[in-house]
Write a protein that binds this ligand. Structure first.
Ligand code: 1CP
Length: 360
């Protein structure tokens, strides 16, 4: 299958993800296909969010938008989709109005019965695979294509809260009141994630990222119990399933937002090649904690983009120096510390250009 794709002309991301020293840091932006781009709104004006996700040609179009607009400045594409396609595949209804809304969330463990018993992931999410395959062809080897899924704890919280939350009260009630049932559900989600990532890699994803956006909401000992084992399960099983199918492994990135106290343990035990960090930890401290076990990705505060040219320049320089730790950029992927926000922030290209020039 791989041989059917055009040869890759820019492999900076893949080399950095493998911990290799690169001539400059590769750059991409979480949520780079999104609401800060006028051309994104153009497409969304005519199509609902999940219609875009389910229509491979539209998903491809949104994936390519930032690559076109910032040609030569972005070193990766990420497939346009959402982490919430996994709860949908498990039988839950999810709407986007404008944030995620589950009309029928899981209230008690008895509700788990309502989920599909044996999820045929390839059938339910085949539209994502198709989007990946056509997008990888359309990219024509310009940059690698990233696939992704949500982490079990983060998806669990949406499935129980019924949408976004500030308190995590309902999902944490489950953890503390029904720990065994919670673990069983987390494992069911993890198994779907394994098949989903394997399917994305078979379809052409050249790196996959697991988003644990709400990792930092858990106490360190709860993260150890309710998130880490499932993250590990995903990394181990994706690799073993690929090996069994004789498909070459691809680098795997984990973004455990806010779980900075877990960095050393994640680097040692979780099984990922890259760990994404947010802005609440200094790059040098993150590097000290993970040693040379993984590559790092991140970590500028997305709101710096609203601070004007001087602030952006100053913070980009600070970030570059922090990750450089001397003169090499061993295993660093420049990115924001979370997704770029929808209000038209200034100058993402400026940031990208500065990160790209780090070794000049
Ligand atoms: O109407 C719209 O267009 C909605 C905005 C939007 C977009 C552009 C949503 C709804 N999802 C997306 C795309 C998306 N989501 C991508 C595309 C690829 C990219 O360019 O990066 C990705 C990777 C995601 C992943 C995602 N969805 C995460 C993990 C990353 C993160 O930012 O933490 C999460 C938590 C979601 C849930 C979600 N989907 C959409 C929104 C607004 C949210 C967050 C809601 C909340 O705060 O709880």
């Amino acid at each position: 299958m791989t041989s059917a794709f055009p040869p890759l002309k820019n492999d900076l991301l893949l080399r950095a993800a493998r911990g290799e020293e690169t001539e400059r840091a590769p750059v991409w932006v979480m949520r780079q296909a999104g609401r800060y781009l006028p051309e994104f709104h153009e497409v969304r004006a005519h199509h609902s969010f999940f219609e875009v996700c389910r229509t491979p040609a539209l998903s491809m179009e949104l994936t390519l938008q930032p690559i076109r607009r910032y040609a030569g400045l972005i070193d990766a594409a990420i497939i346009f989709s959402d982490i919430l396609v996994v709860p949908q595949a498990m039988g839950m209804e999810v709407q986007m109005n404008p944030g995620p809304y589950f009309p029928d969330p899981l209230v008690t463990p008895a509700d788990v019965e309502k989920l599909t018993k044996h999820v045929d992931v390839d059938k339910e999410l085949g539209y994502v695979y198709e989007a990946i395959t056509i997008t990888r062809k359309a990219l024509d080897g310009q940059v690698p294509l990233i696939g992704f899924c949500g982490a079990p704890w983060t998806l669990f919280s949406y499935m129980i809260e019924g949408g976004g939350t500030k308190t995590f009260q309902k999902s944490k009630t489950w953890l503390f009141k029904y720990p065994e049932e919670s673990k069983a559900l987390l494992m069911r989600i993890a198994d779907v994630c394994v098949d989903f990532l394997v399917g994305q890699i078979k379809a052409g994803a050249q790196l996959v990222q697991v988003f644990d956006s709400w990792a930092g909401e858990l106490a360190p000992h709860d993260f150890e119990q309710f998130s880490l084992p499932y993250l590990k399960h995903i990394a181990t099983n994706v690799r073993s399933k690929l090996a069994a199918a004789q498909i070459p492994a691809v680098p795997m990135t984990l973004f455990p937002k806010g779980a900075n106290t877990a960095l050393a343990s994640l680097a040692e035990h979780a099984g990922y090649d890259v760990i994404g960090i947010d802005w609440c930890i200094e790059p040098s401290e993150a590097r000290r904690l993970v040693s040379d076990k993984v590559a790092l990705q991140g970590n500028m505060d997305p709101n710096v983009l609203y601070g004007g040219k001087d602030a952006i320049e100053r913070e980009a320089k600070r970030m570059c120096e922090g990750f450089k730790g001397g003169k090499s950029v061993k295993g660093w992927i420049a990115n924001l510390g979370h997704g770029i926000t929808p209000g038209r922030p200034g100058r993402p290209p400026l940031v990208l250009r500065m990160c790209a020039q780090i070794l000049d």
